[in-house]
Design a protein around this ligand. Sequence first.
Ligand SMILES: Nc1ncnc2c1ncn2[C@@H]1O[C@H](COP(=O)(O)OP(=O)(O)OP(=O)(O)O)[C@@H](O)[C@H]1O
Ligand SMILES: [Mg+2]
Length: 284
Amino acid sequence: MGSLENHMNNRGGRSVGSHDGAVSSIVSARGITYSYDHLQVLTSADITIAPGERMALLGANGSGKSTLLRILAGSLEPSGGSIQLDGQPYAYTRDGRNAVRRNIQMVTQDPDEQIFAASVFSDVSFGPVNMGLEDDEVVERVHHALELAEISNLAERVPHQLSYGQRKRVALAGALAMRPRVLLLDEPSAGLDPQATRQLLKTLEQFHQDGTAVVVATHDIDFAWNFCERAAVLADGRLSVDAKEKILSDAELLSGARLALPWAPLVSRALGMPVSYPEDLLGE
Ligand SMILES: Nc1ncnc2c1ncn2[C@@H]1O[C@H](COP(=O)(O)OP(=O)(O)OP(=O)(O)O)[C@@H](O)[C@H]1O
Ligand SMILES: [Mg+2]
C-alpha cells in the first residue's frame, strides 16, 4: 500500500493548531436536535471532531447514528442547534453543501446509495471530476484511492456485479478520492469478512497518522475498542461522548444502547497483559 503523503499534501487544509497550542475542531456541533415529522431522533446533541481523531459512534438500531452522520456530513439540516465547519456555520445552499463536501465525506451504510457509474473507475472518479480537477489529478487520485481501498484489480469491473463487501470498498474509495479532512463511515465493517475488517482497521490507522479524522458508526464494540480514542453512544436521543476507556467500560450506558462490554479490555484486565485479538493469547 502506497504512502498517504499525496493524500494529505494536496488537500489545502488549514492549520490545525490554535494560538494556545490546543487543537481546534474541524467540526463543532452544539445542541443538535432532529425530528423526522413527529419522531424526535436527536435531543440536544453536542459533538466535536478534531483533526486526525478516531471516534466510534455506537447505539441500538434506530437510535439515530446514520441521522447524526448525515447531519455532520451536511446532507440533513438539523431541526435545532448549530453546526460549524472551521468556525463557520454550515450553509444549506448548493455552494454551502459543496464546501462541506470538499472537507467532509460520508460513506453510507448501504453502498448502493452511492454507486452509480458503469465501472468502478468512473464511479470513484465522479467526485474529483465534479470538483473540476484536471484529468491527470483525477486519474492520480482514483488510482491512489483504489489502492488504499485495495480494489485496484476491480477498476474496470461493473459495480453492480461485485460482491457486497467489494461494493463497500468502492464506496469507500469514492470518498477517499475526495481527500477529505473528515471521513464519516456508516457501519463500514458490516458484511466484511474478518480479514477485511482487520485490513480496514489498518487502513483507518494510516488515515489517523496523516491527520484525517475518522468517525465510524458501528455495532461492533470490539472493532470500536480497537479503533477509537473517543467513543459516542446514542440512547433515547441523547448522545454521550468521552474517552473510549470511560464510555466502553460503562456497562449501564452500553446496555441502554443494547451493547455488551468489549471483550479485549476485560480479558486484558483479567490477565494483566494487553490483548487485542484472541490469537494474542496463543503466545509466541
Ligand atoms: N427518512 C426517514 N423518515 C422517517 N423516519 C426515519 C427516516 N430515516 C430514519 N428514520 C427513523 O429515525 C430513527 C433513527 O434512524 P437511523 O437510521 O438514524 O438509526 P441508526 O442508529 O442508524 O440505526 P441502524 O443501527 O439500524 O442503522 C429510526 O427510528 C428510523 O426509523
Ligand atoms: Mg444506521
